[in-house]
Every structure is written in structure tokens, then in C-alpha cells.
Design a protein. Structure first.
Lengths: 417, 417
């Protein structure tokens, strides 16, 4: 059976992956999504020159020589609150009291903060220190200039971006839709979460881990349950899955463990692109597409292998569908703390913990790398891919490690697979 | 008016912050939450010794000298599928065909992967390569050992942790509750998102930015709308806010811009701990507590200042309430690419972009640091705090930068404020 390399498998998957359609969502539902169109400013912001401080709006020429010892006295002609407009023009020798965010009156060019002033009464103020000409005034359009592009298509909506969308009054936002994902576990040996415990069975952890991995990407997946090892049940569940954009099937399907798996897939019109990837953990990874446009990932039944495969293959596909350019786990350079010996022929994803000091990161294997040791996936902070042609890495070698614990992505894989 | 240092303000806030009560949530709702009790394994996993490979279960002594040139022939006495139990004991000279995840039969101690074998027919197999004694067998309890602690109270529920919770059949999980957060904007100058546009008004971006910052932490905040500048409306909205665990009030309240703000707070039984923090942007930051246990953060009306204050003060409090130990933004060491001059007296949070190469990170100011330039918050990858007593930093200096764009937290502030 042909083994795809990790890189070839990723390329094959991305070649069969398209962005989702556009949809409009409420502003508050747009966090983490990707803009599907350019956004233009519909106003100037600020709409006029405004004060950046509580203080006094003055003509710089009047106060250029003010000091604490020889303060300058100005007549106060206005008191401008935030949201109110100035009532008059400020002439030479005059000033206006002004609050942060209020429009500066005509005639002034500088705001002196209140701490550097002393007011005699409502009608007179002593300026005790200067500020550069133009200081503390935010000019019209500093934040947003009307009719100019403010946010480009493809921008990921962070809290800062969402704030700008609110400023230009986008109460709904056009974003790429999220793929509809279904999750199916397969195998007679599995015990469902809501089933009574049978100590001889294997609890289904995979489908829940996949659910959580999707949710961490912002996708609420649909659980199709467990298909038992019989062709009718499997066929029905697979057919149901083909009603989604992506079906994640975990367990026996991936290895074609039963004679009926392949004919069932073929009969449903699912063409498989590959069945195996030269990697550890995780080699039984299959990928196919249905005439409807649905894609199927058949993931290994082993939870660690399944989670690693999700990170390498499924997440980049889902993030591409969501419109992201950054689709691969972010990598950092780290110094190995010990030797690692490895068999050639497969890319080995070693689970590592990371430490950071002033010289950068160091990486240490989490220990037992048997694909059964699920706890290692819970404690791992990174995955260190050892390329298929490497058989040894040495303590002190600088390697690229994929960061696992946070949701950080980059455009390129950044590792040799 | 007394200015608190950033560190003193953080300490004061955390001193008045407690963890939330416990609650039980469905497993699928537990992602990102923090375990509020230790979790014990309720089973052994795997429940028996299982094969880690598709192959043949053998007695090592029988195959110790097998090679491709001189393979060893064994009689096949069983075919054990995943989920099925062995039907018989394997005696000397015999083997059982076995699938990944199936229980190994009595008598065997090693599994030879199928690639290293050749089956004549159903009843005979040639072993063409050896594996170390014990190879490819995952022992009973390798993942989980019954009645031992598997996950400790305080563990954050990642996908890997959620998989383990599924294995021990925790269909509901005891976690720290999330704080109930309300968001209130204040000020006559503000235009609500759903109001018709008035070019002279200031669109309310703050409350939506705060909503997004809460949501990024996993908290769905309640929007209380905009309180206009009158004592009755403000009082009613503040009273409503005191029905939540945390009220985030943005705008005029923070600076006590109107004479009625302080009496209204006092009259509602809200004791303020401080009104100002020596920082830029963001100095008008007030914090108080109500006899009900509710806390109020009065945040600056400026969106950039508000977002920076949220990161420094609100997020650590909310994450503490949620049970996290890691409450401060993660910091990385970065080399400055240019000089930065600064006035002493306030901690200045400079928005920076970061670049990474094999020598680590470098940090560059996003340019204009006026607190009005909201776009700078959208593009910033980090915040570089310049301590209150520093007036200059030089190109080449190594500084600690708070990472802004992802949800990464650490236990200590990691920066001098």
C-alpha cells in the first residue's frame, strides 16, 4: 500500500480544499472569523479635532514662554465638555477649558493638560508649563478617514479589529462561513460516553477529542455517534456524514479493517486520495472526497495518533475553509536537551515540553512516545517532527517545534516533514 | 489625586478577587475551563494488555532468531479482532493474528507487526524479523490506572485533557464557574451601534471591544447599553451592574467627569479603592467593590486605553475568578530595533510588532502611540511596558514584551511596571 509523505498528504488535502461561502453574522458573533470583504470607513473619526486631555485649549504663541515661575494668564471664554461643541472662537490671550474627547474650538492649536495649569476662578487660568505646538490634539480622521479602506478582506477579527468594525457601524459583518463538520466513531470495541461502563470495552475518547479540537478552532461539530462494525450501520452513518462539509471518521474506517469498508466508501461515491501517511503516530490516515463536495478524513483509532493527525491535516484544511492564511501550527526554534534516536522511513512527531529562558526555548521529550499514552498529549506543549530521513538528533541541536497548547498559526508549515 | 503604580493597582485588584463557586457543566462545555476537583480513573485503560500494531502475537523465545533469510514458521491458532477477546492460550510454536487494540492472548509476550510477517494461509505464518521482547504490547493501565488521580484540580481543560475526561466517563465535569460580567458605556457623546449615524458623535467602540475581550477569555458578557450623562440614568445602570460579579463601566465614570459620579457610586454602596493608575495609555482607571461582592472597573473612554487596561487589570481578575493560575499575558524577551524615549513617572505600554528569527524576537513600535490610534491596537502583536522610572531604551536592548494576539497566559506578570 502506498504511503504518502506528510508534506504530500498535506498538499493533496489542500488541493481538494476550498474556502467556504460568505455569510453575514452579527458583530458579536464575528470574533475569530475572517473578513470576506474589504471594509471602508463610513465616517471620519474623530469627526473633528478633539482634545486628548482634560485641560485648556490655547494658542501656542500665547503660552510659548510659560514656566512654573512665570506662568501665563489667559482669560477662559468657554467650557467644552465631551460630546458638546465649542460655543465660540478663541482669540489671542484667551483659552477654553476642555475635556478629553471634546472638539477643540477655532483659533487654538494646542491643549495644555490640567495638571500644568491653575485656575483662579471660572474666568482665568494660569498656564504653568508648555507643551509642543499641536500637543494633545487628535486631528480629524486620525483613527478613520471617511471612504478609505480600513480593514482588508482576509483580516482575522480580533478584539481590536472588532472595535474598528463597531466604529464604522458594522452591526453585521461579511465573513467566510465555517465548515459544517460531523464526527463519527467506529468500532465494536467502543463504549459511548453515555453508555454504562463495561470494563472490558474501550471508552470512546476520540470523538470527544476531535469535538474539542474543532471547538478550539471555533467550530461546533455535530456528533454522529458510534457506527458498529457492520456494513449497513456504517453505510448509513457515512451517508449522513456526506451531508456535511467535512466528516471526521475515527477508528476502523481509517485502516479499512473490515472487508466491507472500501466497497462501502466506493459505493457511496467517495473517492479516496490516500490511505496511509508515513508518520508516527498516525500512519493509518485516509482522505477522500465525495461528489457532493464533502470531504472525509478517516483518522486513526488511537487517540494520540488521532489528535496529532488532526493538527497536521484536519486543522489546516478547516482553517483554509474558514478563510485563514495562517493554517499551520506556529513553530519556534528550540534546543534539544537530549539525544533522540529514531527509525528512518516515517516522520516522527515527538511530544515535547518546552522551557524558555533568555537564550530561547529548549525542548524535552515527554517520555514514553507510545501512541497509547494519552496523558503525554495532555501535557505536551509542542510536537517535534523528526523528518523521515533522520535517524538521530543530538542534545544541543536546534529544532523547529510546533506549539500545541495555544491557538497560534502561521502561513507555512515551518518544519520539514 | 493619588496615582497607583501598575503593580500596586494589580495587587489591589487581586486582593479583592476570589475564585468563583464550582459548577457542573457538560463535558463538551468544559473546554477552556478549569477543573475544580481532582479526577480519578474509574477504570484501567487499556483494560488488558493490548496490541499496539496489526500483526501476530507470539512467544519471544520462539522468534528470537528469526531473520528475512531464515524466517520462523508458527501455527496460527486465533484471529483476534479489536474489541474481541482471545479464544485460547498461545502455546510454544504457535501465534495469534491480532489487530491493533485487541487483547493479547495468554502465553504471548511480544507482537510482530504484519509487515515483518508472511502468512501462508490462515493457519501458518512466517516471522521474518524480530522485535524486542515485549514490543508492541501496551500493558493494562498504561493510560489510566483505576482509582489513581488522573487530573488534578486546577488543570485547564484542553482538547487532550477533555479526551482523558471522556475516557473516565465524565459526561459532566466540576469546574469553576465563570464570572457574570456586565458592560456599560457612559457619555452623551456616544452613538450606539444600532443608532442612526450622526457624524458629529463618537461611535461606541469600547463596549464592543470589551465584549470581544471577555469573549476571547470564554466569557459571554451582558451589554447594559449606554448611560447618558444624568444622575438618574447612571444610578439605574450602575445598580443593574451591581447584580453581576463584575461591571465594566467605560467612559466618564472613570474620571468622575461629572460631579454626580462619585456621590452616585457612594450612595449605591460602592467603595472605590483607587481612581488613577500611573500609566499611559490609560491613567483614568478606577476600581471599586460593592457590599454584594460585585466589583466595578471604571475604564478609560478611549478605546486603546480601555483595551490596554483590560489586558493589565481586568483579564487577570477574570482569569483568577475562573480558577486559572496563569493570569498574566505571556511575555517573551525581544530585542528593540530602535531607541524609545519616554517621560518618567508613568509606565508606558508601547504597542509593538514582533519579528522572529533564529536569534529570537525583535520588537518595533507600531508608530504613533497616541491613545487615539485604534488601528495600532488592531495591528499590535505585543505591548512593551516601559517602567515608570525609565526615560530611554536603546536599540539592541533586550526587553520583555507581552504577547497580545493569542490567548497565552503565565503565572507572573514577567514585566516591571
Amino acid at each position: 500500500m502506498q504511503y504518502f509523505s506528510v508534506a504530500d498528504a498535506q498538499a493533496c488535502i489542500l488541493q481538494h480544499t476550498q474556502r467556504c461561502r460568505h455569510e453575514r453574522v452579527a458583530l458579536h458573533d464575528s470574533l475569530g472569523r475572517v473578513l470576506a470583504e474589504d471594509v471602508f470607513a463610513n465616517r471620519n473619526h474623530p469627526p473633528y479635532d478633539v482634545s486628548a486631555m482634560d485641560g485648556y485649549a490655547v494658542r501656542y504663541a500665547d503660552i510659548a514662554h510659560a514656566t512654573a515661575e512665570e506662568p501665563v494668564s489667559l482669560g477662559v471664554v468657554d467650557d467644552i465638555r465631551a460630546g458638546a461643541m465649542p460655543k465660540c472662537r478663541v482669540l489671542a490671550g484667551k483659552a477654553a477649558r476642555i475635556m478629553t474627547g471634546a472638539a477643540t474650538p477655532e483659533g487654538v492649536d494646542t491643549v495644555i493638560r490640567v495638571e500644568d495649569t491653575e485656575a483662579d476662578d471660572e474666568h482665568q487660568v494660569w498656564i504653568r508649563a508648555i507643551a509642543p505646538q499641536g500637543a494633545n490634539i487628535r486631528p480629524l480622521g486620525e483613527n478613520l478617514r471617511k471612504d478609505t479602506m480600513t480593514l482588508a478582506k482576509g483580516t482575522t477579527i480580533t478584539p481590536g479589529v472588532l472595535a474598528i468594525l463597531a466604529m464604522v457601524k458594522q452591526s453585521t459583518v461579511t465573513v467566510y462561513a465555517q465548515p459544517r463538520v460531523a464526527i463519527l466513531a467506529t468500532g465494536d470495541e467502543l463504549e459511548a460516553l453515555d453508555e454504562a461502563m463495561d470494563e472490558e470495552k474501550i471508552p470512546d475518547a476520540n470523538s470527544h477529542a476531535l469535538y474539542a479540537q474543532c471547538k478550539a478552532l471555533g467550530i461546533e461539530a455535530t456528533m454522529l455517534g458510534i457506527a458498529r462494525d457492520n456494513p449497513i450501520e456504517l453505510r448509513a452513518k457515512l451517508a449522513e456524514g456526506m451531508g456535511y462539509d467535512v466528516l471526521l471518521a475515527s477508528g476502523g474506517v481509517s485502516v479499512g479493517v473490515h472487508d466491507f469498508v472500501r466497497p462501502t466508501l466506493a459505493d457511496l461515491g467517495i473517492g479516496m486520495h490516500f490511505w496511509r501517511v508515513a508518520m508516527r503516530p498516525g500512519h493509518p490516515l485516509a482522505f477522500g472526497s465525495h461528489e457532493s463536495g464533502a470531504r472525509i478524513f478517516a483518522l486513526p483509532g488511537n487517540p494520540v495518533a488521532s489528535m496529532v493527525c488532526f493538527e497536521q491535516f484536519v486543522a489546516p484544511a478547516l482553517r483554509t475553509m474558514m478563510g485563514h492564511q495562517q493554517i499551520h501550527r506556529r513553530t519556534v526554534a528550540a534546543r534539544l536537551t537530549h539525544d533522540i534516536k529514531d527509525r528512518a522511513g516515517r516522520t516522527h512527531f515527538v511530544r515535547v515540553t518546552l522551557r524558555q529562558n533568555e537564550h530561547g526555548y529548549s525542548a524535552t521529550s515527554t517520555g514514553a512516545q507510545g501512541s497509547g499514552v494519552l496523558m503525554s498529549m495532555a501535557v505536551a506543549q509542542g510536537l517535534l517532527p523528526i523528518p523521515a530521513d533522520a535517524t538521530v538528533m543530538h542534545a544541543g541541536d536546534v529544532v523547529n517545534v510546533q506549539l500545541l497548547q495555544e491557538m497560534e498559526y502561521q502561513a507555512d508549515a515551518g518544519v520539514e516533514c
